[in-house]
Ligand binder design. Structure first.
Ligand SMILES: Cc1ncc(COP(=O)(O)O)c(C=O)c1O
Length: 395
């Protein structure tokens, strides 16, 4: 979260004083319908027919997306080795098996490795737009079409970003967003699913609402109501998110302007900018540099306050210990690795299974940017980079 202030306070105040904090409130006098309104506004912004806001964060949105796609035991889903573990564990949550693939120099899922990892059991791909950087959606969608696979975009670190002029989360069959505290916009925790597929939406809607059978919308569903879990958003979330949404494009344009300044003003400094699948659509959360060696990357990061993605630990597949050791769920019969339909699927995880990913992550340096830096602050930081690169390449 980059910006928050009096506007959010005022909208939350209105919700609290209305006395209606539960999102369900058809015909209830004084109900502000903040979640309903946020969902309509988010769908419109992303460019999809539907948006479903929920508690439980981006993790819940990923799970709802997979539920919506009808993914389950017997299915393999390809995820990148550089992402937050929830991308992979959401697959396990629906009983399916995550297959971990390499990222390429853009830090996103490598289409060629996806191709290599497809088996007759593959049902879906989850491209992740890590640190606001769009994945290669064109190549990935082509592969998905060729093999009849579903595509669930993990947009959790890229709220509002785009690819080729269209927002992330509108390219695949569905998109999952996070609004947790560390994301571009936030209500503390929470997430959203976007899709234009009615059946996918209905399955996700029913799954996320433990009371689905008793809602007025149940009569309009084209699918039978089944028993899901409880992930409904509340009106306080909705109110905060509606203000955050209004801030989003301003945050993105400031981040992008600052990233461009770094890239343009350092273009003659001997730094290699990490290739991007869409520099215009990139959210500008970070500026990314690549070096020939880890030693050079560490020397540069040490001087500039940058960080190596390999050091983020939890976002690197080789550290996903409970997953690699197949310790899933609270009961052995609910562990997807024990499910009869998952026997014979690709579950041969090892910490060195994606060597290219590990190599790229240890030669990359991210500088985190802030949209509220003054022009002078940006100039000062650019000068620090200019000096640091000379020392780094000498290592
Ligand atoms: C790439 C990615 N996917 C999924 C998630 C899960 O989001 P949440 O923490 O809101 O459940 C995150 C959050 O850190 C993330 O960065």
């Amino acid at each position: 979260m980059y910006r928050i202030g009096e506007e959010e306070v005022e909208e939350v105040r209105k919700v609290l004083l209305s006395g209606h904090l539960f999102r369900v409130g058809e015909g209830v006098e004084g109900h502000l319908h903040e979640v309903d309104r946020f969902e309509r506004e988010w769908a419109q912004l992303i460019g999809t027919e539907y948006a479903l806001c929920m508690a439980g964060g981006g993790t819940a949105a990923l799970i709802c997306g997979l539920v919506g796609m009808g993914i389950g035991p017997g299915d393999e889903v390809i995820v990148p080795g550089y992402t937050w573990m929830a991308t992979a564990t959401s697959v396990l949550a629906v009983g399916a098996i995550p297959v971990i693939a390499e990222v390429d120099e853009t830090l996103a899922l490598d289409p060629e490795d996806v191709r290599r990892k497809i088996t007759p059991n593959t049902r879906a791909i989850i491209p992740v737009h890590m640190v606001g950087r769009p994945a290669n959606m064109q190549a990935l969608l082509e592969i998905a079409r060729e093999h009849g696979l579903m595509v669930l975009e993990d947009c959790c670190q890229a709220d509002g970003g785009s690819y080729r002029g269209k927002r992330l989360g509108s390219w695949g069959d569905a998109g999952a967003f996070s609004f947790n505290y560390f994301k571009i916009i936030s209500c503390g925790e929470g997430g959203a699913l976007t899709t234009s597929d009615r059946t996918l939406y209905e399955r996700a809607l029913v799954f996320h609402d433990g009371g689905a059978a008793f809602r007025p919308y149940a009569k309009e569903l084209g699918i039978p109501v089944f028993v899901g879990i409880q992930l409904r958003a509340d009106e306080v979330m909705g109110a905060i998110l509606r203000v955050q949404l209004r801030r989003l494009d301003g945050i993105l344009s400031d981040l992008r302007r600052i990233r461009k300044r770094f890239e343009q003003e350092l273009s003659d400094a001997g730094l290699r900018i990490a290739p991007s699948n869409d520099p215009e659509g990139d959210c500008g959360v970070v500026v990314a540099f690549q070096f020939d060696s880890e030693a050079q990357a560490r020397a540069f990061a040490g001087e500039t306050g940058g960080w190596l993605p390999i050091d983020s630990g939890k976002h690197v597949y080789s550290n996903w210990e409970p997953l690699l050791q197949k310790r899933i769920m609270h009961h052995p019969d609910m562990n997807p690795f024990n499910h009869p339909r998952n026997q014979g699927l690709r579950t041969d995880y090892t910490p060195d299974m994606c060597p290219r990913t590990l190599d790229i992550l240890q030669r990359t340096v991210f500088l985190s940017l802030h949209p509220d830096w003054s022009e002078e602050e940006v100039s000062r930081r650019i000068e620090v980079c200019r000096k640091a690169v000379k020392e780094a390449v000498a290592v």
